[in-house]
Ligand binder design. Structure first.
Ligand code: 1PR
Length: 563
């Protein structure tokens, strides 16, 4: 008898398992319908698409036993999709039938006034502030949300409002952040990825007795008009470019404009042909340090993935497993998310490779090279919007279908192509004209941004706007926008590039490459409106701490997560 976790086969449940271990709670996995009778409390960490979750439950014969378990009155904690399956249906998968325990339907965010998915940290407003501590929630804290679909707060429908426990506002939309009634408590955010604030919510639920839970008072029904601003915060992401050193260990390195070879004192490249790898430390230790320093997200990039990267000996999997045991914020893994073949000839699809990383504890996978090839292929299939049509086989499409688009990041490696200001070629509508007030006086210069693959080693006949619009249509959930020209320079983000991409898509954009001072973070948020900013070198070299960056943002009245 005891605590059970329900894994329907497509969730990133490793993170939750790590969190429960850290909190000192043992648990078992539900693996068959019979296990529900042994469970005295159950957590359902649903990650990914609504339809995949319902299919996963149904195909394993767990759908009805789950409904019966909840009806039995024993404690249930649903997370994200684990909350949404309590409803009748979801626009995400209209043909899929939810449990219907809450008589309402899951809708979708509008992307007219904001990026969708809602991916990042936001505040939670309890309907009854007096019972703040009861579920471990705090109005002063931020929690990590990652979803495109949500349950609107229907305060005027008593049969639904009786479930409402707290709400969150994103843009002008107020939706249910937590629901609670009797033995059921569920949250739209991910407590296992919400740092210490999230751990407090899990611990509070785990420590409540069944009687306490069953007597939870219903929250008051109060109308909730949207406030002037939501509680959504800008994300600061620490990124580690990881590659093998001469001993085959994975170390953190950092290049200048994607050249990671060590430099001699005179600034030349290290003598030996391979170029000694800059060793900036062990990825797991650095990830733990950045988590403690307040990073909102950690990104690990395997930059030697352009070589053959068989799944079986992926040292990155071990790094992810270890990092996920000490990092309770989202973990993005990139490099080598593509179809691969093991040394023994066993093929593995990009979906399988991504699944291995999710099961190891990653929350998102980042795709670079394969994304470029997918859009080039898509553009050979004409469409009314001029973007071309996918054929359902790309890594982006297959992973987004199985795990939800919020799990798919596309990493973009663009390079400036300078042309005459009178250029009249195919990319003239994307041309940028230099200004004298940037870090380099670029008056009179003009350029467009060309996509590259294999870490900048090969230029491709595709512009950055064509790429980001294409991958958005294929189902990517976020753009990680690097800049080969600014990578490692400390000159600041390429604001023209970031603004161009921010204007081109409706999914979240992460600015990357070039941060050299904390003012660069203020600048990129103030001037481009992106949702997140990523840095590597200045954090690795301890030139600026994440706390200092967040202090500078707070002074500039930019909303950041502090608790
Ligand atoms: O092509 O899907 O296998 O993915 C390969 C991934 O590895 C891509 O995301 C690509 O950007 C990355 N990558 C490949 N080669 C390099 C390299 O440096 N030689 N990383 C590389 C390039 C970009 C960021 C960097 C930021 C911030 N680095 O990862 O951390 O630019 O740097 P800064 O703050 O120090 O300026 P696939």
């Amino acid at each position: 008898m005891g605590l059970y976790l329900l894994d329907y086969g497509a969730g990133n449940v490793q993170s939750l398992a790590n969190t429960l271990k850290k909190l000192g709670h043992d648990f078992e996995w539900i693996s068959s319908p019979a296990d529900f009778h042994k469970a005295t409390s159950l957590i359902f960490p649903g990650v990914g698409a609504f339809g995949s979750a319902i299919d996963g439950l149904t195909s394993r014969g767990l759908y009805e036993p789950l409904r019966e378990y909840i009806a039995s009155g024993k404690p249930y904690f649903g997370i994200c999709i684990g909350m949404q399956v309590l409803f009748r249906s979801s626009l995400e998968s209209p043909s899929s039938k939810g449990l219907g325990i809450i008589p309402s339907d899951i809708g979708v965010f509008s992307n007219v006034d904001k990026s969708v998915p809602h991916m990042g940290w936001n505040s939670v407003d309890l309907l009854d502030p007096a019972e703040n501590a009861h579920e471990g929630l705090s109005a002063a804290a931020s929690y990590y949300f990652v979803h495109s679909f949500r349950a609107a707060y229907e305060w005027d429908r008593p049969e639904v409002a009786q479930w409402a426990h707290s709400t969150t506002q994103y843009g002008r939309e107020v939706f249910l952040a937590t629901v609670r009634k009797g033995n059921v408590f569920a949250c739209q955010f991910h407590p296992e990825k919400s740092g210490q604030a999230g751990l407090r919510v899990l611990d509070a639920w785990l420590r409540q007795s069944e009687s306490e839970r069953a007597t939870s008072p219903p929250s008051p029904r109060v109308a909730r008009a949207p406030k002037a601003t939501d509680g959504f915060t800008k994300r600061i992401i620490a990124c580690m470019d990881v590659r093998s050193n001469d001993d085959g260990d994975l170390v953190v390195t950092k290049g200048d404009q994607y050249d990671v070879r060590e430099r001699t004192a005179a600034g030349g490249v290290q003598a030996d042909a391979a170029g000694a790898v800059r060793n900036l430390g062990k990825p797991v230790a650095l990830a733990a340090r950045y988590y403690e320093e307040g990073a909102d997200e950690i990104c690990l990039m395997n930059i030697t993935s352009f070589r053959h990267s068989p799944l079986l000996d992926q040292p990155m999997l071990a790094v992810v497993r270890a990092a996920a045991e000490t990092v309770y914020v989202p973990l993005t893994i990139g490099g080598g998310i593509k179809d691969t073949v093991d040394p023994d000839g066993t093929p593995h699809s990009a979906l399988e490779v991504a699944g291995a990383y999710f099961r190891a504890g990653a929350d998102k996978v980042s795709i670079a090279t394969e994304a470029v090839f997918a859009v080039e292929k898509m553009r050979t299939r004409p469409s009314a919007d001029g973007l071309g049509e996918g054929d359902g086989t790309s890594a982006i499409e297959t992973i987004a279908h199985a795990y939800g688009r919020q799990a798919v990041v596309v990493s973009v490696d663009p390079r400036r192509v300078y042309v005459e200001p009178t250029y009249d070629g195919p990319y003239k509508d994307e041309l940028v004209f230099g200004k004298p007030d940037g870090p380099e006086n670029e008056r009179g210069r003009a350029w467009w941004y060309q996509c590259t693959v294999r870490g900048g080693r090969e230029n491709r006949p595709l512009s950055v706007v064509q790429l980001v619009k294409g991958v958005e249509k294929l189902g990517a959930g976020e753009i990680l926008l690097n800049s080969i020209d600014r990578d490692g320079t400390g000159l600041g983000y390429d604001l023209e590039l970031v603004s161009l991409v921010r204007r081109s898509v409706r999914i979240p954009v992460v600015a990357s490459s070039g941060a050299g001072r904390k003012e660069h973070f203020v600048e990129v948020f103030e001037k481009t409106g992106v949702e997140a900013a990523l840095a590597a070198g200045i954090f690795h070299r301890r030139e600026v701490s994440i706390e200092e960056v967040k202090e500078a943002l707070a002074e500039a009245k930019i909303n950041v997560r502090t608790a």
